[in-house]
Design a protein around this ligand. Structure first.
Ligand SMILES: *Cc1c(COP(=O)(O)O)cnc(C)c1O
Length: 370
C-alpha cells in the first residue's frame, strides 16, 4: 500500500470560511436566519444572473422544491437523464410522479435532445436537465422542444456552478435551477443547496415550501403542508466565503484538467472530460472513459490506482438499472449511458491538486495500459 493518498475530491477552504464561521458562533447566529444567509442568497442570485435564490439544506431537496413549485404531483411524468446522480430522479417520486429516463448523447454525455422528443407523452409535465460532471447541456434544442409542448425545464446544476452555454450561465436558462453545495461539489457549504429563478411567484412558492409552508405575511400561520428544508447561517457563512473565491475554484479546475490533458496527450484509449466549442465546463469531476481493448475492465484499473494510493470513483450507474427503477424500464434501451457508465471513471479532481500529483496519477494510469 502506498503511503500517499490522493482523494478523489476534497474541499478547498481557501477564503474567509473560518472567519465567517467564527463570526456566527461569536454572534450566536447559528440557526436558519442571519446575515450570511441573506448575503449568500443575494450574491448567488447575482452570480447566476437571476432575481431570486433560496437556500436550502441540500441539493436533493432543492430539486424537490423546484418540482413542487412547478406543481408536480401524482400521475405526472417528468423527463430526466438516466446517466446522473440518483438525487435528480428521487424527488420526482417524492412528488408522487414518475421519472421517465432518457439516454445520453456521446459528445457531452448529457441527455440526448433527440431522445427527449421521443419520451414526451400526454402526461409529461416537464424536463429536468443535468449539466453532467460540470458540462452544460445543449439547451437550445431542449428549450425549443419544451416550448413547443408547453413543458417547463428545470436545470439540475448541482455539478455545474459557473459553467456557461453559448455565453449563458447555468442556472439562468430553466424556469428554475437547483444547486448542491455538498463537500465534493464545485463550491461547498458542507451540506447545502440552492434554488434559483427569475419568476417572482415561483420564488415565493419555493420560499414558503422550504420554511414549513408558513404564510409570508403571517407568522405561525401554515396554510399548507410545507417542509423544513432550511440552510443554517453557518453553512451560508461557508458558502459566501466559497462564492467570493469562485473564480479561483473554476480556474483551478480548468488548469488541472489541462494538466491531465498534457500528461495523457498521445495516450490512446482514454477519452477525457469533454468541452464543446459552445461550452465552458465547470469541470466538477475529471472524467476518463477507458477503451477496454487497451485498459481492460474499468474496475481493475480503479483497483490498480487504489493500490497506488489514488482514490477514484466510477461513473454513475444509470438510474434505470437501480432496483427501484428497473422494473418500469425493462423494455427500454439506453446504450450510450450504459457504455459510458461501464467504462467511465472519475480521477482525482480537487481544486488543491498539484501538478506533481496529477503527473503521478497519469503515470499510474499509463502504467495500467496493456
Ligand atoms: C450532488 C447532486 C445532487 C444532490 O445534491 P446533495 O446536496 O448531495 O443532496 C443532485 N443532482 C446532481 C446531479 C448531483 O450531482
Amino acid at each position: 500500500m502506498a503511503e500517499r493518498r490522493i482523494p478523489v475530491a476534497a474541499p478547498a477552504l481557501v477564503g474567509r470560511e473560518r472567519e465567517y464561521v467564527l463570526d456566527c458562533i461569536d454572534s450566536t447566529w447559528i440557526s436558519s436566519s442571519g446575515k450570511y444567509l441573506t448575503r449568500f442568497e443575494s450574491e448567488f442570485a447575482e452570480f447566476c444572473g437571476v432575481r431570486h435564490a433560496i437556500s436550502c439544506c441540500n441539493g436533493t431537496v432543492a430539486v424537490h422544491l423546484a418540482l413542487l413549485a412547478q406543481g408536480v404531483g401524482p400521475g405526472d411524468e417528468v423527463i430526466v437523464p438516466t446517466l446522473t446522480y440518483v438525487a435528480t430522479a428521487n424527488p420526482v417520486v417524492y412528488c408522487g410522479a414518475q421519472p421517465v429516463f432518457v439516454d445520453a448523447e456521446s459528445r457531452t454525455w448529457n441527455m440526448d435532445p433527440e431522445r427527449v422528443a421521443e419520451a414526451i407523452t400526454p402526461r409529461t409535465r416537464g424536463i429536468v436537465v443535468v449539466h453532467l460532471y460540470g458540462h452544460p447541456v445543449d439547451m437550445d434544442p431542449i428549450l425549443q422542444l419544451a416550448e413547443a409542448h408547453g413543458l417547463w425545464v428545470i436545470e439540475d446544476a448541482a455539478e455545474a456552478h459557473g459553467a456557461t452555454y453559448r455565453g449563458r450561465i447555468t442556472g439562468s436558462m430553466g424556469s428554475l435551477a437547483t444547486f448542491s453545495f455538498y463537500g465534493n461539489k464545485v463550491i461547498t457549504t458542507g451540506e447545502g443547496g440552492m434554488v434559483v429563478c427569475d419568476d417572482d411567484e415561483l420564488a415565493a412558492a419555493v420560499r414558503q415550501l422550504h420554511g414549513q409552508g408558513q404564510a409570508p405575511d403571517r407568522r405561525y400561520w401554515f396554510p399548507m403542508v410545507g417542509f423544513n428544508y432550511r440552510m443554517t447561517n453557518i453553512e451560508a457563512a461557508i458558502g459566501l466565503a466559497q462564492l467570493e473565491r469562485i473564480d479561483w475554484h473554476l480556474s483551478r479546475r480548468r488548469e488541472i484538467v489541462g494538466w491531465y490533458r498534457e500528461e495523457l496527450a498521445g495516450e490512446e484509449g482514454i477519452e477525457l472530460s469533454p468541452e464543446e466549442p459552445w461550452a465552458q465546463s465547470a469541470f466538477w469531476m475529471v472524467c476518463a472513459v477507458l477503451d477496454e481493448q487497451r485498459f481492460g475492465r474499468r474496475d481493475d484499473v480503479m483497483a490498480g490506482l487504489d493500490e497506488a494510493g489514488i482514490e477514484t470513483r466510477p461513473f454513475f450507474y444509470p438510474l434505470h438499472t437501480l432496483p427501484m427503477y428497473s422494473a418500469a424500464n425493462e423494455a427500454k434501451v439506453f446504450p450510450v449511458a450504459e457504455d459510458l457508465a461501464r467504462r467511465g471513471v472519475n480521477l482525482p479532481s480537487s481544486a488543491t491538486l498539484t501538478r506533481d500529483e496529477v503527473a503521478y496519477v497519469c503515470e499510474r494510469v499509463r502504467g495500467l495500459a496493456r
